[in-house]
Design a protein around this ligand. Structure first.
Ligand code: ZN
Ligand code: FE
Length: 239
């Protein structure tokens, strides 16, 4: 399996998980169809599945075109089926799903939206966190409660340390400013910021991160309780 990171819209990432054996792929959160089509055509990839982490337009914008062009099956959260355009396969919290060589477990992680999910490809140990966990940050709470978001982040924290994290947006550098302001002496954070700057300066994504790095550096994951977390979230919203 190989992951191709595809930049979309302003600062979104869509991800192609490619099974090199038969050149088939899943796409996670296609913000728009054109950049995906370009890559798929150039590399003669069979786009079998489309996965959405949540219903926001910048995560589902490519669903319709891609399904029409490649007859891909669209996968999403059962309880959000009315908001995921053209959904074919509805999954429930903690379901394991297999299609071709792709195998994943879905986790319901509400907060950013009520139907937000993440996808864990447990064989490769990679996690697509959408707009719930960002590198050095977390999503805004649009539909859920602070409690829900805090619990969702606790769940993400429980994945193995070496789990690779792929987030919905390139917010790492901006997020790092907030983290360092509240955590000035964190040497792991200082080191991570250097690496993020290096990637961005070279026109590269700062993804993937890992659970270990986020536990060490992400101020929202370091919050001990929901009150601390809520205060940080409010401060970040105002920043
Ligand atoms: Zn969103
Ligand atoms: Fe988004």
């Amino acid at each position: 399996m190989e992951i191709k990171i595809i930049k979309c819209l302003q600062d979104n990432y869509s991800y192609l998980l490619i099974d090199k054996k038969n050149n088939s792929a899943c796409v996670i959160d296609p913000s728009e169809s054109d950049p995906i089509i370009n890559y798929v055509e150039k590399n003669k990839i069979n786009l079998k599945f489309i996965l959405n982490t949540h219903h926001h337009f910048d995560h589902i914008g490519g669903n319709k075109d891609l399904k029409k062009k490649y007859k891909s099956k669209i996968i999403g959260f059962e309880k959000d089926k009315n908001r995921i355009p053209e959904i074919d396969i509805c999954l429930n919290d903690r379901d394991i799903w297999k299609g071709d060589n792709f195998e994943l477990k879905i986790y319901h992680i509400p907060g950013h939206t009520l139907g937000h999910v993440c996808y864990h490809f447990f064989k490769q140990n990679i996690l697509f966190t959408g707009d719930t966990l960002f590198s050095l940050g977390c999503g805004r709470i649009f539909e859920g409660t602070y409690n829900q978001m805090f619990s969702s982040l606790q769940l993400i924290k429980s994945f193995p340390l070496e789990t690779k994290i792929y987030c919905g947006h390139e917010y790492s550098l901006k997020n790092s400013e907030f983290c360092i302001n509240h955590d000035k002496k964190n040497s792991a954070l200082i080191k991570k910021i250097e690496l993020i700057k290096e990637a961005i300066n070279n026109g590269l994504p700062s993804m993937p991160s890992t659970i270990k790095e986020e536990l060490e550096c992400n101020i929202f994951l370091k919050a001990k309780d929901v009150d601390t977390f809520s205060k940080l979230r409010d401060l970040k919203d105002k920043s």
